[in-house]
Design a protein around this ligand. Structure first.
Ligand SMILES: [Fe+2]
Length: 221
């Protein structure tokens, strides 16, 4: 019997709560993280807006820029989860990069032709390195939709590039229940749409009361 199997489901849940673990999205059952095979997170196009010039401030809090007194506009979200392999083994020291549009749907990128305003207090790009239990965490804002081509409007999404050893995953994360998800030409190309969805939930007591939590696990192939 493996070490994982010696714990009951109740023990595992207690451990998860005690260590500050959170019920993570993706499989719908956080206990699957303890050893069962999981579907890898689908790849998605990188898109044209990976930063050409990365901001001087590249930390995991995108809602403030070092040296500036203001805060980003928009709905604050805590974006967090674990990077794991297909067996549910957490991957420490993985580099998780995100980039995204601001709360008006505009990227801080010279190629973004969207006339929506820039937010001078939004970092737009950030990096988090996973801890010993494979956890990453960002504080950011929920991005707005933006026009792509013709009548195609991209749903709110956050771009990810995850590097663990020699494994690289480029993808995009989406928010469950967004009507624009239904017809998005990029999302529809995903091998497993469910692997790209997060669901916003109320904050835990230690977080800003007005914030929301977006829990999302990343399974590398
Ligand atoms: Fe995008």
């Amino acid at each position: 019997m493996s070490e994982d199997q010696r714990f009951s489901r109740r023990d595992l849940l207690k451990m998860s709560l005690a260590t500050g673990g959170i019920l993570l999205a993706g499989s719908g059952d956080p206990l699957l993280a303890q050893g069962a095979a999981r579907v890898p997170t689908s790849e998605q196009a990188m898109g044209p807006f990976y930063p050409v010039l990365k901001p001087a401030d590249q930390d995991a809090d995108l809602t403030v820029i070092q040296g500036k007194p203001g805060k980003s506009q928009g709905q604050v979200i805590y974006l967090l989860g674990r990077v794991m392999n297909q067996n549910g083994r957490p991957l420490p020291e993985a580099r998780v990069e995100i980039w995204q549009a601001n709360s008006f749907g505009r990227y801080t990128h010279p190629q973004d032709a969207n006339p929506a305003p820039l937010d001078p207090n939004f970092q737009g790009y950030g990096v988090s390195t996973t801890d010993g239990e494979g956890r990453y965490r960002f504080k950011t804002i929920k991005p707005a939709p933006y026009p792509a081509a013709g009548d195609w409007v991209r749903p709110p999404h956050i771009h990810f590039q995850v590097t663990a050893g020699s494994t690289l995953l480029v993808t995009q994360m989406y928010f469950e229940g967004e009507p624009l998800n239904e017809k998005d030409r990029i999302l529809r190309t995903a091998k497993d749409l469910g692997s790209l969805m997060t669901k916003l939930t109320p904050p835990t007591k230690d977080l800003d009361p007005g914030s929301l939590v977006a829990a999302w696990d990343i399974i590398l192939p």
